[in-house]
Design a protein around this ligand. Structure first.
Ligand SMILES: [Zn+2]
Length: 463
């Protein structure tokens, strides 16, 4: 039972020491790691022993209270290992008490006890605190011999519930998982296993009733080599699930997160103009509106403006003209966020009859589309805008205009539902920070666990 999370000296599960009924304090005990301590205690003479005897009962009461245990469990010994900076608490079962079958909860007789195990508990004043106990095994007439459940840990867990609860808080508050590992003195694998269990718990408890607005979006994973697809809950600003790839199959798999009944309440899904996603939304939530939102449209228009700039800059440079040098950001930023210098530089450029200036103006003009309240007026606006861009002969802009024309019905849905993937984008920076720490990621599952742990708004606690 010794794993990366247990400090040296922790042991459990090996050998069955004789059951002790006395409440003797640590100094004269057999514990291997305590030998040096024992020498110190002996040399200090009877004083320490007397102190220990008087503290004995108090410490046991104190720890019983801290652990929240009560009869028939009791604190038998508290072993303070000064040099190892450890507190080892031995818990015991009052053997007269009836056992409880972990399957049916029925009272039954005790068969024997399981080998001793060790759990790590919350530190006591920077002393690693370990709990040791031999758990009785019940003999249920119906379910046979089973190891009973202990009130301080989940079955198979190597940590107490309180430690695991604290670890969840530390992980959520830490800048990185490695920082949390350091603070908790646990290994990376242990931390990840805790996160996996926490997410599993959270997913079972999660309520998915009454979802109204969802978002479906892709993110690059491992520096653009591959993609993941996210399903987000727009109103709660949480990630519902993540799958690898951005194919029709992957997106279809993502929808299995929701039951048919849960899908029925979905009114609209914000999504990019990406065929595999569109297809699965049409198939899985046929009554929901598809909304190609502001955010994605503005991204396409921005990219087109940039293409026009690059091309024009190249043409100008060939004639020795450096007008557009260093102007990339000016065409991409929102003018409202310009500094005074930037605003002046931009004002001068805008009036130079450049192609990029026309492209930029077309992009800016399109933002009016989103302000219409009636589809008829928005459609008319689009027709004018489309005509103007088509006549501009700016190829990248014309290409985006044609894309938008093909998807116009699902642009107009925005006027009714007003959702954008900006929520997903808010989560994006969080996911981005997980990705930047992703060098050690072994596989997609670990990445999914992290995303759901930090962005799933799940109830992660063990209690
Ligand atoms: Zn039973």
């Amino acid at each position: 039972m010794r794993g990366p999370g247990l400090p040296p000296g922790a042991r459990g599960g090996s050998g069955i020491p004789p059951l002790r009924t006395g409440l003797g304090f640590a100094p004269l005990r057999h514990a291997v790691g305590a030998r040096l301590v024992n020498r110190g205690w002996r040399s200090a003479g009877g004083f320490w022993q007397a102190w220990a005897m008087s503290m004995d009962g108090e410490l046991q009461k104190h720890y019983a209270l801290l652990l929240g245990i009560g009869s028939p469990w009791e604190v038998k010994t508290v072993d303070l290992k000064l040099l190892e900076k450890q507190v080892v608490i031995e818990l015991g079962w009052q053997w007269g008490a009836a056992a409880k079958c972990p399957e049916c909860g029925g009272e039954c007789s005790i068969h024997d006890s399981a080998p001793e195990r060790t759990w790590r508990h919350l530190d006591t004043m920077q002393f690693t605190t370990l709990i040791r106990a031999r758990t009785p095994r019940s003999a249920c007439p119906q379910h046979g011999v089973k190891t009973m459940q202990v009130p301080w840990a989940v079955p198979q867990g190597r940590f107490t519930l309180l430690f695991e609860r604290f670890a969840v808080d530390v992980l959520l508050a830490s800048a990185s998982v490695s920082q949390a590992c350091e603070l908790l003195a646990i290994g990376w694998d242990t931390a990840h296993e805790m996160m996996r269990r926490a997410v599993e718990r959270g997913l079972t408890r999660r309520q998915l009733e009454g979802l109204k607005y969802l978002g479906m979006d892709e993110k690059s994973f491992r520096r653009g080599q591959s993609y993941i697809t996210l399903l987000t809950d727009w109103e709660e600003s949480r990630v519902l699930d993540v799958v690898a790839e951005r194919t029709t199959q992957a997106a279809g798999q993502l929808w299995q997160t929701l039951t048919p009944v849960q899908k029925q309440t979905v009114a609209a899904v914000a999504v990019d103009m990406w065929e595999p996603f569109i297809k699965t939304i049409e198939a899985q939530v046929p009554d929901a509106a598809i909304v190609h939102d502001k955010f994605h449209v503005s991204k396409y228009l921005g990219e087109a403006v940039d293409k026009v700039r690059r091309q024009e800059h190249k043409e100008l440079l060939a004639q020795g003209d450096e007008t557009l040098k260093g102007s990339r950001q000016l065409w991409l930023y929102n003018p409202q966020h310009f500094s005074t210098d930037q605003a002046q530089a931009f004002a001068a450029l805008k009036d130079l009859h450049l192609k990029v200036a026309r492209a930029w103006a077309a992009k800016e003009l399109f933002s009016k589309f989103w302000a219409y309240q009636q589809a008829g007026w928005a459609r008319r606006f689009f027709k004018d805008w489309f005509g103007w861009v088509s006549r501009s002969r700016l190829k990248p802009m014309v290409a985006v205009a044609q894309l938008l024309k093909r998807h116009l019905p699902n642009l107009l849905t925005y006027l009714k539902h007003q959702i954008t993937n900006a929520v997903t984008e808010g989560l994006n920076s969080k996911i981005q920070s997980l990705k930047s720490a992703a060098r050690g990621f072994r596989n997609f599952q670990n990445y999914r666990t992290r995303i759901l742990f930090f962005c799933g708004k799940l109830d992660l606690y063990p209690l």
